[in-house]
Design a protein around this ligand. Sequence first.
Ligand code: MN
Length: 207
Amino acid sequence: MSFNLPDLPYPYDALEPYIDVATMFIHHTKHHAGYTNKLNDSISKYPDLGDKTIEELLGDITSLPSDIQTSVRNNGGGYYNHSLFWKIMSPNGGGEPSGDLMEAITSTFGSFVEFRKQFSHAANSRFGSGWAWLIVVDGNLKITSTPNQDNPLMKGLVDDVGIPILGLDVWEHAYYLRYQNRRPAYVENWWNVVNWDEVAKRFKDAL
Ligand code: MN
């Protein structure tokens, strides 16, 4: 069993000017590749794990051999989180969702503007490195955030467990080259590349 670094679904410069080409290149070929390789190194010691999916591994970390739990949490989390992150962005992104997802956002948060405000707040107020998430819990939407490479699949390890349908990387490696310390500017610009078609697909699958 091993995991492969997925290709980006667009060129490295496709998200300019909101996310710069150098950041995208380093983020994918160094950071994401590093998590992938370290995850594979860890699980290679235990062929008995069989063909578990990354979701299965992350959903039951505390049952894994104790010597690889931390590595699977950090590197498996990094593998999964970035695989999702590339897909929920697009050079043709931005704007607002439509259909069932928009209805759910409006009924949960009051309006799309209010949703954006609350999600941005979750991203900007996450101290240190981590992620902001929109998740589905028992058919309902919820905003949450996690430290490091944790994510809402990690039962028993995080505050809010659910299925992530949108995630925003707020590690400095995701924005420092262009935005330096200005995380709120990165978060504000990131809305211009959100791939709502992909988020809507994930919402439907999570119901
Ligand atoms: Mn990252």
